[in-house]
Design a protein around this ligand. Structure first.
Ligand SMILES: *[C@@H]1O[C@H](CO)[C@@H](O)[C@H](O)[C@H]1NC(C)=O
Ligand SMILES: *[C@@H]1O[C@H](CO)[C@@H](O)[C@H](O)[C@H]1NC(C)=O
Ligand SMILES: *[C@@H]1O[C@H](CO)[C@@H](O)[C@H](O)[C@H]1NC(C)=O
Ligand SMILES: *[C@@H]1O[C@H](CO)[C@@H](O)[C@H](O)[C@H]1NC(C)=O
Length: 455
């Protein structure tokens, strides 16, 4: 049996990638895109465009024009995006906080393994012997403004009487761990997982009674319903069946009670996958079965997000604000997860050194396309969809993973964890983004969205 299997629910898995399909937006296509000068923010702009159907077609491209650092653009596109963002510079609130760089900042960390007693060993790099603290000394600096520091008191005021759910895999739960620590020095939460689930490892519930704030993590690594397809059970390369048109019931049945929902999915889609739709097998990825159509993992990824977003859009009782936390890159070097790969770097990549490419890029583009489509539907339904566009920042942080200093190090293995993130660590940024985007005074919330009051 594989060590990693009981370690983290099989998150490290099949790394035999199919040759990935053609990019949706070849760089050359962007050359012909005409960008109107002096635009306001992405979000605002999308709302404005939404009333103009002809212009809707440019929205997916907008993503690229605002993503110069993702290195998917040629220098020519960089010029375009620079001129586009000039209008943004003047108004701080309108700045795109997701584009920027890491700058050294010795006091960047909000908490330590001592001040926050809620860190699980899997993420507790300091406790588990990571010798350097350099990875804690960097702060994200958006190109056009400063990102406000996380303020737990203000966060809990915004969150008062409300509830927030993470739907995804253990990397989603990793963000919840960070959020717990960021809030715990304002109010220490009570774990109430046992009241809600028998599986208290994968389903986590916390309650901040002074603020009547509920935090939950729903285990749904594929977002849609999944089962082991292999009668022999799960092994590192066993096939999993995904029911692409059925949301995982455990989250779908409860999600209408939540005011904020953070959706994410990632590395699990590297496994061999059997895809089902309408009760039938429609294809398989990395299965090596001759009688089944080959489909890419990106097909499955796309349909999983589509189904998850559709579920949220179709539940009448759901009035929450939905976030897509974008693809979180792994940083194995000198090998893959199971061939001795590791992530021993101690500093962020320098600007331009990191590249979002290959499968990671394809996953990212795929999910953002589905997100944009859902966002447009959401506008019609009065539902707000927001991006937590963490990919660009995290691709630059090969130093932020547990490597040998996570729970893995307690086991008899030399396997490194370059998928999850140390807590504290650069993952705290995800919650800085969250705080920034969900504040009531944030521009994103001022669009006629009616928040559910209380539970
Ligand atoms: C915190 O980390 C330090 C090493 O940085 C370690 O010596 C200490 O035992 C840890 N404490 C806790 C409570 O995890
Ligand atoms: C494909 O072939 C395998 C092995 O011969 C068989 O067990 C399976 O049922 C077949 N699947 C389909 C969808 O025909
Ligand atoms: C990869 O291997 C090279 C050569 O042995 C070494 O210098 C480097 O530090 C390794 N990189 C990582 C991330 O471990
Ligand atoms: C770890 O693995 C080594 C080599 O396989 C073995 O000799 C040793 O007894 C193991 N240690 C533990 C604590 O299981």
């Amino acid at each position: 049996m594989n060590v990693y299997m009981d370690l983290d629910e099989g998150l490290f898995s099949c790394t035999t990638h199919l040759p990935h399909s053609t990019m949706k937006f070849p760089v050359s296509e962007l050359h012909s895109v005409k960008i109107p000068p002096q635009r306001t923010t992405g979000t605002k702009r999308i709302v404005m465009l939404a009333s103009t159907p002809v212009l809707l077609a440019v929205i997916p491209l907008y993503l690229f024009v605002t993503s110069p650092r993702l290195n998917v653009l040629s220098s020519r596109e960089l010029d375009i995006s620079t001129s586009v963002s000039k209008g943004i510079e003047r108004v701080d609130e309108r700045c795109d906080v997701f584009r920027g760089k890491w700058v050294r900042s010795p006091n960047a960390a909000y908490y330590t393994n001592v001040t926050c007693p809620l860190i699980v060993d899997q993420h507790n790099c300091l406790k588990l012997g990571r010798p350097d603290a350099e990875f804690l000394k960097w702060r994200w600096k958006p190109d056009e403004c400063d990102l406000p520091r996380f303020d737990g008191g203000r966060f809990l005021e915004v969150a008062r009487g409300r509830s927030l759910a993470f739907v995804g895999d253990s990397v989603g739960r990793n963000q919840m761990q960070s959020l717990l620590c960021l809030l715990a020095n304002v109010e220490f939460p009570e774990e109430i997982s046992y009241k809600h689930s028998l599986d208290t490892t994968n389903f986590k519930w916390w309650y901040f009674s002074d603020h009547k704030f509920t935090l939950a993590a729903f285990w749904a690594p594929f977002l849609v319903k999944s089962r082991d397809a292999d009668p022999n059970g799960r092994s590192f390369n066993s096939i999993m069946s995904l029911y692409l048109d059925e949301p995982e019931p455990s989250w779908a049945s409860e999600i209408a009670n939540f005011d904020f929902v953070i959706i994410s999915a990632g590395q699990w889609f590297f496994r061999p996958l059997m895809f089902h739709e309408k009760g039938e097998v429609v294809g398989c990825c990395s299965c090596e079965l001759n009688n089944i159509t080959d489909l890419t993992r990106f097909y499955g990824y796309r349909m999983a997000f589509r189904t998850a977003f559709r579920e949220l859009l179709s539940q009448k009782a759901y009035k929450g604000m939905t976030f897509l936390r974008t693809f979180s890159p792994a940083h194995f070097e000198n090998g893959t997860w199971n061939t001795g790969g590791s992530c021993a770097r101690m500093r962020p990549f320098a600007s331009g050194e990191a590249k979002l490419e290959g499968d990671d890029l394809e996953f990212y583009l795929t999910q953002v396309e589905e997100f944009r489509a859902a966002q447009r539907e959401g506008i019609k339904r009065g539902l707000t969809f927001r991006l937590l566009d963490t990919t660009e920042a995290m691709i630059q942080r090969p130093d932020g993973h547990p490597d040998r200093f996570g729970r893995l190090s307690l086991r008899n293995t030399t396997m490194a964890d370059c998928v999850h993130w140390c807590v504290p660590g650069p993952i705290d940024l995800w919650n800085e983004f969250l705080f920034h985007v969900m504040r009531p005074e944030s521009r994103e919330s001022l669009q006629g969205q009616t928040w559910k009051s209380g539970r």
